[in-house]
Every structure is written in C-alpha cells, then in structure tokens.
Design a protein around this ligand. Structure first.
Ligand code: SF4
Length: 205
C-alpha cells in the first residue's frame, strides 16, 4: 500500500473506532485548558484531572492565579511531577496574560508560545481544542504511531508533524490527533502490541 493509501485507510479505521473522541483534559475555558495542558507534560491526563479541581477551586482565572504564591500552586499540583517548575510557570504565565493580553488567553501560536512553559505542542493543543484552529499536536503516542505506520521516519516530532499535516486534510487534524492518542493508548502501546490482530497493521503491511 502506498503511503497516502495507508493514511486514508488509517483515518477510516480511526473514524470507525473513535467517531467522536472527547477532549481528555477537564476544563471550563481556554485558561483552565491552558493550565491543564501545561500540567500534562510528563504526567498522565488522568492524574491532571485529579489535580486540577483542587487548583481551580483556589484560582480559575489569571487574576486569581497571579495572586497565589508559587508555593501554594506547587502544593496543589505536587503529584503531577516537575511541580516546582510548573508552579513557577503557571504564576508567571498568569501575570503575563494580565500584563499583555488583558487577562485573555491569546489565540495565536506566536503569543501562546511566548508564555512561560508553553511550547509548540501545548500551544497546538490550545489552538485546536480551545479555539478550534487547525493544529496537529504531536505527543509521544502520535510520534510512535506515525513511525510504526510508516507515515513518517520518526526522526523528530517536528518532522512527524509536517509529514502528518501533508497526508491528512486540514479539517481532520483536530479530531485525528485525539483519535490517534486514543488508538495508541488502547491498541498500540510502546511495548506490547499484536500486529496479527490489530485493525491497522494487519491491513497495511
Ligand atoms: S500492529 Fe502494533 S504498531 Fe501496528 S497499529 Fe497495531 S498496535 Fe500499533
């Protein structure tokens, strides 16, 4: 099967298995999503969803968050890992939203990526899930699947993002990135997988 045919087939399978993938991180607006995505670095979504209600009960807006001490934030997010750095970034980011964006979450890659602790992947998730702009955030699951499916050579996440964007129509990117994550978690973990029964690789070899 040629690469484009493989991509089309994979999109069909993913639509069949995950027709309406939900957003995994609990949030109520763009600010709480931004904080949740920042917390999800090197942490599971399930763990982030356990931690955020306590944090957001204390502060769910940039105004309230900027008033907290870094230590207060750190205590609430401790179980997420990298909590000292994340707490510092959350406070600084909230202050920057107040100083430069009137307390609003900016809806451009450039402004999002200028915020403390916000890289291209975090910005992509926020652009996609809060602002419904086409983006293809590549996490470890998507990077791994793209390589296993021979849609990219797996050189680095930047290349994987470029390759996937070329293969799939823009209007499918936001849904597709969630579908691949759900598929990877259920069928295509880093260690164990069964190519003979898998709905994808058994067909696209
Ligand atoms: S066979 Fe393995 S590598 Fe291929 S999609 Fe299935 S689980 Fe992933």
């Amino acid at each position: 099967m040629r690469k484009q045919e493989r991509a089309n087939f994979i999109a069909e399978v993913l639509n069949e298995y995950f027709p309406a993938p939900p957003i995994p991180l609990d949030h109520k607006d763009s600010f709480t999503l931004l904080i949740a995505v920042l917390l999800s670095a090197q942490c599971t979504d399930a763990r982030v969803n356990i931690v955020t209600p306590g944090l957001f009960a204390l502060a769910d807006t940039p105004e309230k968050m900027a008033l907290l001490d870094v230590e207060e934030i750190r205590e609430k997010i401790q179980s997420c890992g990298l909590s000292p750095t994340k707490a510092r970034n959350i406070k600084a980011l909230s202050q920057q939203l107040l100083d430069f964006h009137r307390g609003e979450t900016p809806a451009t890659f450039e402004d999002l990526e200028a915020l403390p602790g916000v890289g291209h992947k975090t910005a992509s998730v926020v652009m996609s899930q809060a602002f419904h702009q086409p983006a293809f955030p590549v996490d470890t699951h998507i990077h791994r699947c793209a390589k296993r499916w021979k849609l990219s050579d797996g050189k680095n996440v930047e290349k994987t993002e470029r390759d996937l964007k070329r293969l799939f129509p823009k209007e499918s990117w936001n849904k597709l990135h969630l579908q691949i994550i759900y598929f990877a978690r259920q069928f295509c973990p880093a260690k164990k997988h069964d190519p003979d029964t898998c709905p994808i690789c058994s067909q696209v070899a």
